[in-house]
Structures are given as C-alpha cells and as structure tokens.
Design a protein around this ligand. Structure first.
Ligand code: NAP
Length: 308
C-alpha cells in the first residue's frame, strides 16, 4: 500500500530490488530528489555526497540514529521521521515486556508446551508490586509508559539531561543515583553517539541484584557485554530486551539464558501502527514536493531553517 502510493505520486526507483544496487545508484544518483528510508538503512556522509539533487530523506520510524542528520542539515537536506503515531504502540509493548519479564510469561508458556506442568506447578516469580520504576528518558514514549504505569500503582522517577516541565515525577540529574533508587530501569532514549553505552556496568551495579532492565530504545544504549555479565553473575535479576547492539544477531550468551525475555524489535510492530508510520513517510514527501514544507522534520534539520 505504501509502495503503491509512492509509485502513484512519484517516479519511484526501487533500489532494494536491484541485483547491483551500487551501479544502479551511480546511474540514477544525479536525479534523486527524495529518499524514503524504510528500516534502518545507513545514510552516511558518503551516500549524501553521492546525491547532489537530494532535498529530503523521509525516514520510517522515530529513531534516526542510522542517518547522519547533522551532515544532511549542513547540506540543506531535510530529514523527517515518524513521531507520535507510534508512541502508544511502543508504550503498550514496553509495559507488556515489563510484566512478561517480571512474571516470566514466555517461560511459563514454554513450561506448558513442554508438558512440565504435569510434573508440578510453575515456580513463583518476581512481581511489579512495590517497585520503583526509573525511566531513562521521559520524551514521547517514556511519558506514555509512565502514564500507563500510574494505573499500576507503582512509583515513577526519571533521568534525562533536562527536567521535564509539568510532570510530577522526581527528576534525577544523575543516572547512577536514579539506578540506586530504582528497582526497574526502562530505557527510552534515542540511540546514537550521545547515548552510547549509557547503561554500563556501573549503572547495572547500582540497579542491584533485584533490579530489572527493560530496553525498548536502541541496543547501542546498553553495554551488551556488561549486561550479559550482570545477568550471568545475577548481579541484576532479569532483563526484557526489544533491541540489541547488532540486530538481528543476538549474542548466544543471551539466547542461552532462560531468565531474560528477548523480542525481535517489535515495539511498533502492529499492522495498524506500521501503516500509520508508512503514511507519514509518504505525507512528508508529498507535502515537501507540493512546496508546503515537511510535516515532521527532525531537530537537526529545522524548517524553516535558521537561515531562512
Ligand atoms: P523523544 O521524545 O525525543 O524522547 C527522548 C528522551 O530521551 C527525552 O526525554 C530526552 O531528554 C532523553 N535523552 C536524550 N538523550 C539523553 C541522554 N544522553 N541522557 C539521558 N536522557 C536522554 O523520543 P521518543 O519519541 O520518546 O523515542 C525515543 C526512542 O525510542 C527513539 O529515538 C527510538 O530509538 C526508540 N524507539 C524504539 C522503538 C522500538 O520498536 N523498540 C520504536 C520507536 C522508538 P533530554 O533531551 O532532556 O535528555
């Protein structure tokens, strides 16, 4: 449906269908004015330099750490993403992952399927009750998760670089301090250089042996070897992970562990929400090429630009 709409409105070049994408790109590069970037294809300075007529990159997803948006901005190329339309879906998924991880629902499902119930009851699990939840990032998705958690009757605190106006949750300028006071960390920051390995061995140690890490943000935000160490040595209780450092390659050390819950980056992955995201990719391109500006430009490529 998304491809069909793009095909109807624009001259669409399907790079992903080419047997030799590099040669194809060389041939069409001077004519390319817009990019629709589905998935997490890297758009770096080298690629941007190959596209002299490029005006806009419309990204599918709210995270755009795979796009060199700062360089695009320098070249006057607009980058757009798909915020808001996926917030509720990802927040639902985060809360589902939190409960599934604490109450071991995937493990319990395996227990039933493997016929183990006949030999005895499933062991008692950890609980969400009486836990303090530390939100790492309290933007669109973090706030939507925090609102949901209020209904669960748990305390919410948060860490971000700047305190958020108009929220009643306690702000921690120091992540280590928050990790010491929290029983669960839920990571909802962007990926990229600014948050690389924000969750490191020190933070995990501060979280402590009953601590739970939920990562619905980007794999790069967590030092994966440090997390594996913490899980193997039981210096934290468990983790629920939707994202990994080198997707789709999940380290065997994680898949070997039964006390973590692993999802294949499905935070926004419903038909409803992926359609809404796809529509916003198209709407950004349509609006731009109708001279109405981009609908959802990222901060690195504001519109109108500061020089306009
Ligand atoms: P957002 O509204 O921009 O919120 C980002 C939050 O992170 C803000 O509270 C920001 O606060 C904080 N933050 C940024 N850099 C930080 C740092 N270095 N240290 C501490 N906090 C920092 O973004 P969003 O729409 O909620 O999306 C968040 C991310 O979720 C996306 O970028 C994407 O990577 C991920 N995501 C994942 C899925 C999935 O399927 N798993 C789906 C959608 C999105 P300050 O600026 O004040 O620090």
């Amino acid at each position: 449906m998304i491809i069909e709409q793009l095909d109807e409105k624009f001259t669409l070049h399907r790079l992903w269908e080419q047997s030799d994408p590099e040669a194809y790109l060389d041939a069409i590069a001077p004519r390319i004015r817009g990019l629709a970037n589905g998935g997490h294809h890297v758009i770096n300075a080298a690629l941007l330099d190959r596209l002299p007529a490029l005006e806009i990159i419309s990204c599918f997803g709210v995270g755009y750490d795979h796009v060199d948006a700062a360089y695009a901005g320098e070249k006057g190329v607009i980058v757009t993403n798909t915020p808001d339309v996926l917030t509720d879906e990802v927040a639902d998924a985060a809360v589902g992952l939190l409960i599934a991880t604490l109450r071991q629902f995937p493990q319990a499902d395996r227990f039933v399927r493997e016929g183990k119930w006949r030999q005895g009851a499933f062991p008692l699990t950890a609980s969400l009750r009486e836990r303090t939840i530390g939100m790492v990032g309290l933007g669109r998705i973090g706030l939507a998760i925090a609102h949901r958690l209020e209904a669960f009757g748990v305390r919410v605190i948060y860490h971000s670089r700047t305190p958020k106006h108009g929220v009643g949750y306690t702000h921690y300028p120091s992540l280590i301090d928050m990790a010491s006071d929290a029983d669960v960390l839920i990571v909802t920051t962007p990926g990229g250089a600014g948050t690389q390995h924000l969750i490191d061995a020190q933070v995990l140690e501060a979280l402590g042996p009953q601590g739970v890490l939920i990562n619905i943000a980007r794999g790069s935000v967590v030092d994966e070897p440090a997390l594996i160490d913490a899980l193997q040595n039981r210096t934290i209780l468990t983790a629920g992970l939707d994202v990994f450092e080198d997707e789709p390659n999940v380290p065997q050390a994680l898949t070997d562990m039964d006390h973590a819950v692993l999802l294949p980056h499905v935070g926004s992955g419903s038909v409803h929400t992926r359609n809404a995201m796809g529509q916003l990719v198209i709407d950004n391109l349509t609006s731009w090429f109708s001279n109405k500006g981009p609908l959802t430009p990222v901060v690195e490529t504001p519109y109108p630009s500061k020089n306009d």
